[in-house]
Design a protein around this ligand. Structure first.
Ligand code: ATP
Ligand code: MG
Length: 465
């Protein structure tokens, strides 16, 4: 039985398709296949190799039950880790490369739209591929047998199409995360949803509410970091708005200002796609103007103003970040970028120092801010583009100042904590607060860094601290 199935499958794979397979994956395939367990490279590895982009990881599907994979790998000297044995997944360390090996499986009924009630191990790669989400993700490859593609993912890949494997409404019903995954692949690859898949996505969008937030966040972040996120935001904001309702008022919101040629959504979609594809910057870009609709006013000349919008945008972002359980550091950094995105610094040492301080003296955040400001400017009216040169100068000024060590810390002040205590402040947190304040004033060139000036200012500050 096993032999017959194997022959049938080999006959229907296409050995003329060949691409490079890392040596570690080759070795692992050989170990499994020498023990007569049919094994294939699957998923993102096959998709990316066929697109001529370098795959970032390597997944193998095998007929071997995970216990057998474990024994065979250990005999071959490859350490294994039981990272997901409930679903038949082992991680294997092949000479330093980690490869995930999963037993062929199909999934039972999804009564909660997010977890299969059961996982059943099966004997056939075809059944395993049938449980996968999209045809472009449901292909298998073997270095000698070539491409096995029972759902014609290759054609969809060539046409730039995202199509569910099997009946689209059923597949979204089973696991509603696939709705976000569809948009994630659209944003990463620049592909279009096949009409039946798109109709099912709209039909089933309300099921997003039952998906575990951590699973959504991972996909959402990959989505916003995609090269083609602009089109996805423009076309699917209503669906994305089920997860990020804070963004919905941006759609069609006319800013009525000469600075802008787009509504808030289209402007934002441009800013996100122009900004560096790194999560902190992309989250900040996505939310940077979300507070505009709530702060909108029109003056007597009919010009729109959105005073205080960065603070409101920041609050909206913090609300979303909490719900999505974004990591604290990312949240804080993106919040700072949002808060200060609209401060129009000048390329002077004074304002560079001020911005650096506002960004907690983080070089990464300073460069991230320049990147965001540039993306923001590029998405405004063409006549505002002179700002780009200013942002370049700010960045150059910052780099030069870093090289020339023109920033200092509290330690570089001409007085220290003992001097502050000597002015009559009790030892404790107030001393640090006063030193910080002195440093900020020196940085902003409001105060000279001399012993006399600092002591005089300390005495003044004592009144308020
Ligand atoms: P990436 O390059 O981002 O890792 P990937 O295609 O490898 O993309 P993964 O999330 O790593 O995506 O999933 C690996 C494979 O598992 C997918 O290619 C797909 O075949 C399958 N898969 C993952 N999640 C689902 C899901 N929710 N429903 C069905 N199949 C899925
Ligand atoms: Mg992957």
């Amino acid at each position: 039985m096993k032999h017959e199935e194997h022959t049938a499958r080999v006959a229907s794979s296409d050995p003329s398709v060949t691409f490079e397979v890392p040596a570690a994956a080759q070795k692992l395939l050989s170990v499994l296949e020498s023990a007569h367990f049919e094994s294939w490279l699957v998923g993102g590895f096959v998709r990316d190799s066929l697109r001529n982009t370098t795959p970032h990881d390597c997944d193998i599907a095998t007929q071997a039950p995970w216990q057998q994979t474990e024994t065979l790998c250990q005999q071959a000297g490859f350490p294994t880790y039981q990272t997901g044995i409930k679903h038949g997944t082992l991680s294997v360390n092949v000479e330093g490369s980690i490869i995930e090996v999963t037993t062929f499986r199909k999934e039972g009924f999804y009564s909660d739209h997010r977890h299969p009630d059961s996982v059943e191990f099966v004997d056939s790669i075809t059944t395993d591929l049938a449980r996968r989400d999209f045809t472009i993700n449901a292909m298998a490859y073997h270095p000698t047998r070539g491409l096995y593609d029972p759902f014609d993912g290759r054609t969809d890949l060539a046409h730039g199409t995202i199509r569910c494997v099997g009946d689209a409404p059923t597949r979204f019903d089973e696991d509603a995360l696939r709705i976000v995954r569809a948009l994630r692949f659209a944003a990463q690859l620049g592909f279009a949803l096949e009409p039946t898949t798109e109709a099912a996505l709209y039909d089933k969008q309300d099921l997003l509410g039952v998906v575990a937030v951590e699973r959504i966040t991972t996909e959402l972040e990959k989505m916003i970091c995609g090269d083609f996120i602009k089109d996805v935001l423009m076309r699917y904001l209503d669906v994305i708005g089920l997860i990020l309702p804070e963004l919905l008022p941006m759609k069609g919101f006319d800013q009525r200002t000469p600075y802008h040629i787009y509504d808030v959504l289209e402007h934002t979609a441009h800013v996100v796609s122009y900004s560096r594809p790194q999560p902190t910057i992309r989250w900040a870009a996505l939310f940077h103007d979300a507070g505009k609709p709530a702060t909108f006013s029109v003056d007597e000349k009919g010009i729109g103003h959105m005073y205080g919008h960065p603070e409101v945008s920041e609050t909206l972002f913090l609300q979303a970040a909490k719900r999505l359980r974004l990591p604290r550091q990312l949240t804080n950094n993106a919040a700072l970028l949002i808060r200060y995105h609209d401060t129009f610094p000048a390329p002077t040492k004074k304002s560079v120092r001020k911005l650096y301080r506002r960004l907690n003296y983080s070089d990464d955040l300073f460069y991230a801010m320049c990147n965001l400001m540039r993306a923001d400017s590029r998405s405004q009216a063409p006549w505002t583009q002179t700002r780009l040169a200013t942002i370049d100068s700010i960045e150059q000024c910052f780099t030069r100042m870093r090289e020339e060590e023109e920033f200092f810390s509290v330690k570089d002040l001409a007085i220290n904590g003992n001097d502050v205590i000597g002015c009559g402040i009790p030892a404790g947190p107030k001393v640090g607060a006063i030193l910080d304040q002195l440093m900020h004033e020196v940085e902003e060139e409001a105060l000279k860094n001399t012993r006399d000036a600092l002591l005089a200012r300390t005495r003044e500050l004592m009144q308020t601290y």
